[in-house]
Write a protein that binds this ligand. Structure first.
Ligand SMILES: Nc1ncnc2c1ncn2[C@@H]1O[C@H](COP(=O)(O)OP(=O)(O)O)[C@@H](O)[C@H]1O
Ligand SMILES: [Mg+2]
Length: 242
């Protein structure tokens, strides 16, 4: 047993996310129906389900962007209330990083300039933020030149977006189809980057995906259908084989 795995085994499980009895309806339609989901630190959960099943709605509720009809959401032991309150924004900023399908990077800025934006918003001095950005890039094994982000490939851009999501040291990384626009080789590279994070940084990852190859690599796969989440069993049984 190497030092890494024994450290992981002895670390007490920390609950990063607890969703309890979450219900969200739009008009007549109940999209999320008394749904429960918990996530521990250093774990990866893939969320799958057909288009329109409510995956993005669940992420919006976790981010406090959408008011639920019932239920509670707890992030790192803090209650997430929907709305624009200072506490909602602070919980999001302090505990959650976000990666989207299309990156949403600013093309004209360099990678480091993109990565430090959330730190600057959080009030970190620019020099400190830049130092942290370079440390994260090194941690992710990314070498990026100081040129406009528009000149990087789709896979590189997604890994820059992941670095940006990590700049404020979130305990929960939420990724909505992060590989949805990538070819298989870049998808696998981005997944390699994501899969290493729980061990490297201790964060948990909630990953929405349509891609069975991506879902297979997660520790847990949850399928959303008819407002309910169901744990699905890995076909290969090799969830731990990252
Ligand atoms: N703000 C909204 N108002 C009304 N209906 C919505 C809203 N957001 C999502 N929906 C509906 O809720 C359902 C789930 O949507 P969504 O969470 O985007 O699904 P998914 O991300 O799984 O494709 C869809 O039928 C969608 O049309
Ligand atoms: Mg969606």
């Amino acid at each position: 047993m190497d030092a890494n795995s024994s450290a992981t085994a002895s670390r007490p499980a920390k609950e990063v996310l607890a969703v309890q009895g979450l219900t969200v309806s739009f008009g007549e339609r109940t999209v999320l129906d008394t749904l429960d989901l918990t996530m521990q630190a250093s774990t990866i959960t893939a969320l799958i389900g057909p288009s329109g099943s409510g995956k993005s709605t669940l992420l919006s509720a976790i981010l406090g962007l959408l008011r639920a009809d019932a239920g509670s959401i707890t992030i790192c032991d803090e209650a997430m209330q929907a709305g624009n309150s200072a506490s909602t924004a602070r919980i999001r900023r302090e505990h959650i990083g976000m990666v989207f399908q299309d990156g949403y990077l600013i093309d004209e800025l360099t990678p480091v300039e993109n990565i430090i934006v959330p730190a600057l918003v959080a009030g970190v001095p620019a020099a400190d933020a830049e130092e942290r950005a370079r440390a994260i890039l090194a941690e992710l094994g990314l070498t990026v030149q100081e040129r406009a982000t528009s000149s990087f490939s789709g896979g590189e851009r997604q890994r820059i977006a992941i670095a940006r999501a990590l700049i404020n040291s979130p305990q929960l990384l939420i990724a909505d189809e992060p590989t949805g626009s990538l070819d298989p080789a870049n998808r696998d590279r981005v997944m390699d980057t994501l899969m290493a994070l729980p061990t490297q940084l201790g964060c948990a990852i909630l990953l929405v995906t349509h891609d069975p190859v991506v879902a297979q690599r997660a520790d847990h796969v949850m399928a959303l259908a008819d407002g309910k989440l169901t744990a699905t069993v890995h076909q290969s049984g090799q969830a731990a084989d990252r």
